[in-house]
Design a protein around this ligand. Structure first.
Ligand code: GTP
Ligand code: MG
Length: 492
């Protein structure tokens, strides 16, 4: 008797919570899910695959609501925000499924509303609930997020840090030209538009060089220097850090004064509105990282990625006393740090990849000024482009992955035509994950010819069709685990 009473009250409380949530959620309850990551991390592919699998009833055994058959229907609806571009789901799916090509790079924010009709797991809440959840998925560049810390920094702080980062061993060479130009610029000289532009361009070129594939360095602010969106060429983007400027007020009319003003304008007109209108309204967040690329580039790149994740996490749940706390009305309660593209590894290495991401996230959480959200990690592939197999080499049997490399990709001197399937031995991740983070170790992969993983870009997979000609959903690795963490509890 007692136990059924507890169950009853628990259920009642949950049902009432749900009801009151409904009342404030404008009829259909909604959940805002932010999807971010630095450029090429896999945001567009992730969202496309997630939506496709839900709409087409994909195989999602770790996503409880789907597994237990409680999802009646998932479909796209009009998004609530008219001023935000729509996530072009149909185009991306057409590329992936019909052309077997990866979708184009997206350079700004976009949004999509996916509505799920489901049956509640408990009989009691079924009585009250319409069993409908709208998930508003917001895709935005991680580069923009990394601007948030600027809100707490003066132009002098920003300049000081930029020069400090620029002389780190991994960046020293790349920043040379810009530093040389800065060295011959007098901040106290009269403001001059051409000087400002040259400095801004040179600084932006350095930031872009850090992002080149083989370097795999994560981004430094200002994010719009890399991802300008619609701000390309505007004065708010025509500034650069200046060497040796202190917090003393700049002389009016000087270059220093001009740069300082533009930096403040960037914060006021670009950074703040973005956070107010988008980030502060999120309920859940997934941060996609390209751990594989960083692993291949070595511990320097891993440390850099860790720094970026730390900054990103500090933005979501600013701890007490952070200058950001005032900006937030609503709070993100779950964050998933996800390494995607795990289909480049044999499944034996998936757990190692996840362990590496876990270590990275733990360190980031420990360092970030951060409280009160659940952080989980996953190693996944939103779209699985490979199958697994084994190849006999002498007496050894090697685990391989099989896929169709993109036209122009090379392995061992062979160039692929984009049509031929091939098996490659991708290599293993190290068992001892400390080595991966050890910057002091001798192994500075940055210039090493021997990367940890043989990394070839594959075309998206060929989809199976049923006898009736219906295309099956996109294959994935652990996408269902990600879904369960991000929205599963809202479908209970
Ligand atoms: N094999 C494999 N490759 C992937 C996967 N996800 C992304 N990729 C690769 O990574 C590239 C970038 O993916 P996108 O989803 O476009 O990345 P993004 O974060 O949206 O990039 P931007 O729009 O440029 O910021 C793709 O073109 C693919 O080559 C995956 O699950 N498996
Ligand atoms: Mg994209």
């Amino acid at each position: 008797m007692a136990s059924s009473l507890t169950t009853f009250t628990d259920e009642a409380r949950i049902a009432l919570d749900t009801l009151s949530g409904r009342a404030t959620g404008l009829f259909s309850p909604s959940l805002r899910l932010g999807v971010t990551g630095l450029s090429r991390a896999g945001k567009t592919v992730f969202i496309s695959a997630l939506v496709h699998n839900l709409i087409h009833g994909g195989r999602l055994p770790l996503f409880e609501a789907q597994k237990s058959g409680r999802i009646a229907r998932a479909f796209l609806e009009q998004q609530p925000d008219d001023a935000v571009p729509r996530f072009q789901y149909e185009d991306h799916i057409a590329a992936l499924v019909n052309d077997r090509a990866w979708p184009d790079s997206t350079r700004a924010i976009s949004e999509l509303r996916l509505t799920i009709e489901y049956e509640s797991a408990s009989g009691w809440s079924r009585m009250f609930s319409s069993g409908k959840l709208s998930v508003d998925i917001v895709d935005y560049p991680g580069e923009w997020l990394l601007d948030l810390p600027l809100l707490g920094k003066s132009f002098a702080d920003f300049s000081h840090e930029a020069f400090e980062m620029a002389v780190l061993p991994v960046r020293e060479y790349l920043s040379q030209t810009w530093r040389a130009l800065s060295a011959e610029t007098d901040p106290n000289a009269d403001a001059d538009e051409m000087t400002a532009r040259r400095l801004a361009e040179s600084f932006a070129a350095y930031l872009k060089a850090c992002k080149l594939d083989e370097r795999a360095l994560s981004t430094l602010p200002p994010g719009r220097f890399l991802m300008p969106g619609d701000l390309e060429g505007s004065p708010a983007l025509t500034f650069a850090p200046l060497a040796g400027v202190g917090d003393r007020r700049p002389r009016p009319g000087s270059l220093h004064a001009m740069m300082d003003r533009r930096y403040e304008a960037y914060k006021t007109h670009v950074v703040k509105p973005f956070f107010r209108e988008h980030i502060t309204r999120l309920d859940r967040q997934i941060v996609l990282i390209d751990a594989m690329q960083a692993l291949n580039a070595g511990p320097g790149a891993m440390a850099d990625l860790e720094r970026a994740v730390t900054e990103i996490l500090s933005c979501f749940r600013p701890g007490r006393g952070s200058f950001l706390t005032d900006l937030f009305s609503r709070r993100i309660d779950r964050i998933l740090v996800a390494a995607t593209k795990a289909d480049h590894l044999h499944h034996e290495s998936h757990d190692r990849l996840q362990a590496i991401v876990r270590r990275l996230a733990d360190r980031a959480v420990a360092r970030a000024n951060f409280t009160g959200a659940d952080v989980d990690v996953v190693a996944m592939a939103a779209v699985r482009a490979t199958r697994e197999g084994t190849v006999k080499q002498g007496r050894e049997t090697l685990p391989v992955i099989i896929g169709t490399p993109i036209a122009g990709e090379k392995i061992n001197g062979e160039t692929f035509d984009g049509k031929t399937e091939t098996a490659i031995f991708p290599g293993d991740l190290p068992e001892n994950i400390d080595a991966v983070f050890d910057v002091s170790g001798a192994d500075h992969r940055q210039d090493s010819a021997d990367p940890a993983i043989r990394f070839v870009r594959f075309r998206p997979p060929k989809l199976e069709r049923t006898a009736e000609g219906v295309t099956l959903s996109l294959p994935h690795i652990r996408l269902d685990r990600a879904l369960q963490f991000l929205i599963g509890d809202h479908l209970a």
